[in-house]
Design a binder for this molecule. Structure first.
Ligand code: ADP
Ligand code: MG
Length: 667
């Protein structure tokens, strides 16, 4: 136990190591470049690279890699050894500044959503010095952004970094307008990662699980999650040992894993880290997802990160806890008297406005084939974006909109009905678990992201939308004689315009769908419904204005996501066809043959069995249904896979293939 603190971050080239190992001039130059977002000169890079290599070799590393996040959503790495042969037949270990700063993987095999056709096939990786290098499996991993020869983003990290810069800049402007600056402003993310663990031997019997990450066939077990005994239940020994090793591995890699518990569904668990600056938190989440899978196999377990591995029980999400502020001030902290806290109200208003105006983009940012199975199902947030504020803030917002006096709710206490337990202050933001975007005390929790996704997408969208609303605010009040009055008038108007996005009721209820439609809120249930938001004029203008994505970059993201959707469903359809053809049909056919043989043997001795007759009828009807289902799915798959236009193709998968898959599954 004592060693835990000692081992924390030992595999990370962190600030502590840098201070220890870099000459002080280099350290200062590096820190300055990082803090001010400046370019790092080659001389500095050479010194850093040398120190990094020496340190990595001491840790047992032999290779380095530019670790990046292509549009396919998983991380990529190509390992290069430090070996550099010398003329005397020996070798030295070398690593140059140039190799640290820039790499050149072959871009042509990564999804680019059409950028490749328009531009050069070459792609470059560029060091993100704001996220520490670390060692994974004896390889020095250098977090990088991945861009094309002409500078277009080919990855998920680049727009995230750009959005962080945009929102910092506007937030600093707003804070300064309203009074004292609070220093460098950043966005923070705390991602709660849900996952399933199942036995490897069960997994290996299921082509659907190992090819698609979810079960395509199956019926509910006699005992599901109805007893609600799994959530927060005692963790079984094998899982507990797994979680321990996972924690220790993550801590060594500097990932601040904090909370772990059993989740609602059987075999479902969650890990939550302590929040960090957005890009660092997302890198850490990607490392976590990878280690979860790798370590599971050592316990003969398989870690499933699909959003909905099993029909009929809860799926897995990844709640994105988000806040904005400096290292010492959280701008979303309402403080004791929020009404007096104009700065808080301005930031709150701008987030509300951002979510209202760009609800389509937020929905699109979490759209995947897997997440479609989760959003709108009974335990996940609906596909309609809305904001939960809690009683106090709702009343406050109402009082501003209606121009009436705000009465602070007297401190509420929860009556636990047990005198020996001290009175607890009632959390004014008491959780509404059905809300997709909930204010939880001093941060917002975006609950739509799925467990399997890279959180860069929802975060760059959210950051950009908030940056734009902060900018509009600053532009409007800058230069006013009475800034406070101008600010108050502005937020009154903005809240009035955006108030239809606020909803504290039950997001799972059908009544909400009707109500939301009346309010004019968008309900985009599927990925093909949601994705066009990426190329809508108003959103392209947003990304261009904030310097986060160009028009072609928006289009490439749209194309890549659409293509990914169709490909995934195609794999699922083909897997189903093959399983039905080679596993279910032959099994039912064989069994029905046995029943028929038994019946005819009985007939030979002059008896008959009503039960077996009935069974045979059912088996035969089932065989026909499966066979019809196969035929229909094959036809729909054929139609979809030969459709040319990308959107028409995705629609064909959604409207034709998925219903046919459902029919075959039912059969
Ligand atoms: P719950 O399950 O009740 O939502 P958890 O404790 O599991 O809560 O997760 C909350 C997550 O929010 C943690 O990852 C935590 O670090 C993160 N978090 C807490 N404060 C902030 C903040 N100011 N900004 C961003 N994330 C935060
Ligand atoms: Mg949560």
């Amino acid at each position: 136990m004592a060693k835990t603190a000692e081992n924390y971050g030992t595999k990370v080239f962190n600030d502590h190591v840098m201070q220890e190992r870099l000459p002080s001039a280099t350290y200062k130059a590096l820190k300055k470049a990082i803090n001010n977002g400046e370019k790092i000169d080659l001389e500095t890079a050479n010194v850093v690279a040398h120190a990094m290599k020496e340190w990595a070799i001491e840790q047992g590393a032999t290779h380095f890699t530019h670790w990046f996040q292509p549009l396919s959503g998983v991380t990529s790495e190509k390992h290069d050894s430090f070996i550099s042969p010398t003329s005397d037949g020996k070798a030295i270990m070398s690593f140059k500044g140039k190799e640290l700063i820039q790499g050149e993987p072959d871009a042509s095999s990564f999804p680019s959503g059409g950028l490749r056709a328009t531009f050069e096939a070459r792609g470059y990786t560029a060091w993100d010095p704001t996220s520490y290098a670390f060692i994974k499996d004896d390889v020095l991993c250098i977090p990088t952004a991945f861009i094309s020869y002409t500078g277009e983003a080919l990855d998920k990290k680049t727009p995230l970094l750009r959005s962080m810069e945009a929102v910092s800049k506007q937030a600093e402007r707003v804070v300064e307008l309203l009074g004292e600056p609070i220093g460098k402003i950043k966005t923070f993310v705390g991602p709660e990662q849900e996952y399933f663990l199942i036995l490897r031997e069960d997994y290996s019997k299921r082509p659907d699980l190992y090819l698609t990450g979810r079960t395509l066939f199956g019926c509910p077990p006699a005992k599901g999650q109805e007893l609600e005994e799994h959530y927060f239940g005692a963790i079984r020994p094998r899982v507990s040992r797994y979680m321990k090793e996972l924690d220790e591995t993550l801590w060594e890699m500097g990932v601040p894993a904090k909370t772990k518990h059993n989740e609602v569904a059987p075999s479902q668990h969650e890990l939550a880290p302590i929040y960090e600056q957005s890009n660092v938190a997302i890198d850490a989440n990607l490392v976590t997802m990878e280690e979860m899978k790798v370590i599971a196999t050592r316990y003969d377990l398989i870690c499933l990160q699909h959003e909905k591995p099993f029909t009929g029980i809860n799926g897995s999400g990844k709640h994105n806890n988000w806040s904005i502020g400096s290292d010492s001030v959280n701008l979303l902290n309402p403080t004791a008297h929020p009404r007096e806290n104009l700065r808080f109200m301005v930031f709150l208003t701008c987030v509300i406005q951002a979510v209202y105006k760009y609800q389509d983009l937020l929905r699109a940012s979490v759209a995947t084939a897997g997440n479609d199975l989760r959003l709108g199902a009974n335990e996940a947030p609906p596909a309609i974006v809305s904001i939960f504020l809690g009683d106090d803030l709702t009343n406050l917002v109402k009082s501003i909109i209606e121009g009436i006096e705000y009465k602070e709710t007297p401190e509420g206490y929860m009556d636990l009905g047990v005198d020996v337990i001290p009175r607890l202050k009632k959390d004014s933001t008491d959780r509404n678990r059905t809300s997709p975007f909930a204010f939880t005390g001093n941060k917002f929790e975006f609950r739509m992201p799925g467990s399997g996704m890279n959180l860069s997408d929802p975060n760059f969208v959210l950051n950009t939308a908030v940056a734009k609303c902060l900018k509009d605010f600053a532009d409007a009040v800058e230069g006013s004689d009475n800034i406070n009055k101008a600010a108050f008038d502005y937020i009154t108007k903005a809240l009035t315009e955006s108030q239809s996005i606020l909803f504290d009721g039950d997001g799972y209820a059908d009544a909400w769908k009707e109500e939301a439609a009346k309010r004019g809120l968008l309900n985009l249930p599927s990925t093909p419904d949601a994705l066009p938001a990426f190329v809508a004029d108003k959103n392209v203008s947003l990304f261009e204005e904030m310097g986060v994505l160009s028009k072609v970059e928006c289009e490439s993201r749209y194309n890549a996501k659409l293509e990914q959707y169709s490909k995934l469903i195609n794999i699922e359809a083909l897997t189903m066809l093959s399983m039905a053809d080679t596993m279910y049909l032959p099994a039912v056919s064989k069994f029905s043959g046995e029943v028929a043989a038994s019946l005819s043997a009985k007939k030979a001795v002059g008896v008959t069995s009503k039960a077996e007759m009935g069974l045979l009828d059912r088996l035969n009807a089932g065989l026909d249904a499966i066979s019809d289902g196969i035929e229909k799915l094959a036809a729909e798959e054929d139609k979809a896979s030969t459709t040319e236009d990308d959107m028409a193709k995705a629609r064909a998968y959604h409207d034709g293939v998925i219903p046919a898959m459902d029919e075959l599954r039912a059969a």
